[in-house]
Design a protein. Structure first.
Length: 297
């Protein structure tokens, strides 16, 4: 008897639901999103070749830039944006960097940082303060300026080559953006090429080293995430529209984000020249006499 009642109830529901659907279904409009007309495909090896070819084209870089620094975020509960200021970035492979920033209006040096690829020196004339240390942040400081290192700029401006020994995995995803003149939302198809490393030499556990994101409408890199030893994003570089400089394509802007320390630097390139011969002395900074020196090793 119970079995027949159950079957009868199921039959009644199946017959009744279509009639009720007109009363209980609510339809609402959502913004329409469109896919691009052209979506390109590539293999991990092809994307690797694209990155390596771009890297090999640039041996040195000299750029006049504008910096826009934002400090803070969810952990601090507030954000502070500093007035944009001008500066210069000079780089030479494999790791030489010089970064200079100037105070707004008066155009006097705000900071000057130089590195030979291993150690760095930074002077801050307005505070009569100097710092020395290794290129990598080993002990994060509450003072944002003490967390700024040359390799943050070098790794963000030049996407390093991918070697034959690097473990790689390629995945695809999409993101939806609002165009400048929105008629519809735009779906952007992406490739994520993740470079992995073993947690230890004999380990079967793989952890991400970095991830390079490509726009599949152009196969150009749009972002690079660099991970720390714990697998957290340490540096995120977001690349703006490309500009062709005599055969070398380079972003017009690069946003450097440091999520763990909650600050970002928007670098806008005003004038840039590639592969000029540079003097090694350009990457050696002498600390003026009388400045306080703090060791950040």
């Amino acid at each position: 008897m119970t079995q027949w009642k159950t079957r009868g109830l199921a039959l009644a529901l199946s017959l009744g639901l279509p009639a009720l659907s007109g009363c209980f279904v609510h339809v609402r409009r959502v913004p329409k999103a469109e896919m691009p007309k052209t979506v390109l495909s590539a293999t991990p090896d092809q994307l690797t070749s694209l990155i390596n070819e771009r890297y090999e084209k640039i041996h040195s870089l000299t750029a006049q830039v504008t910096f826009q620094v934002t400090e803070g975020g969810e952990l601090k509960g507030k954000e502070k944006t500093i007035t944009p200021f001008s500066g210069y970035i000079v780089m030479q492979r494999p790791g030489d960097v010089r970064v200079i920033g100037y105070l707004p209006v008066v155009h006097l040096p705000a900071f000057d940082m130089a590195s030979n690829g291993e150690n760095f020196t930074m002077v801050i004339p307005p505070k009569s303060q100097a710092y020395t240390g290794t290129n990598k942040v080993t002990h994060p400081s509450k003072n944002p300026i003490e967390n700024m290192r040359p390799d943050i700029f070098f790794n963000s401006l030049l996407v390093e080559t991918i070697t034959a020994d690097d473990l790689r995995v390629l995945t695809s995803e999409t993101k939806t953006i609002v165009p400048a003149k929105p008629k519809h939302l735009l779906i952007v198809p992406l490739y994520d090429l993740t470079i992995l490393r073993r947690q230890s030499p004999n380990s079967n556990v793989l952890v991400p080293s970095r991830m390079i994101q490509f726009d599949r409408t152009t196969l150009q890199p749009t972002e690079e995430d660099i991970y720390d030893a714990q697998g957290s994003i340490e540096t995120q570089a977001v690349f703006g529209p490309l500009v062709n400089h005599d055969g070398i394509e380079f972003p017009s802007t690069i946003t450097i984000r440091r999520p763990l320390q909650e600050y970002q630097i928007l670098v806008t390139f005003q004038n840039i020249r590639f592969n000029l011969p540079l003097n090694e002395q350009e990457f050696h900074l002498k600390i003026p006499q009388g400045m306080k020196v703090k060791d950040l090793h």
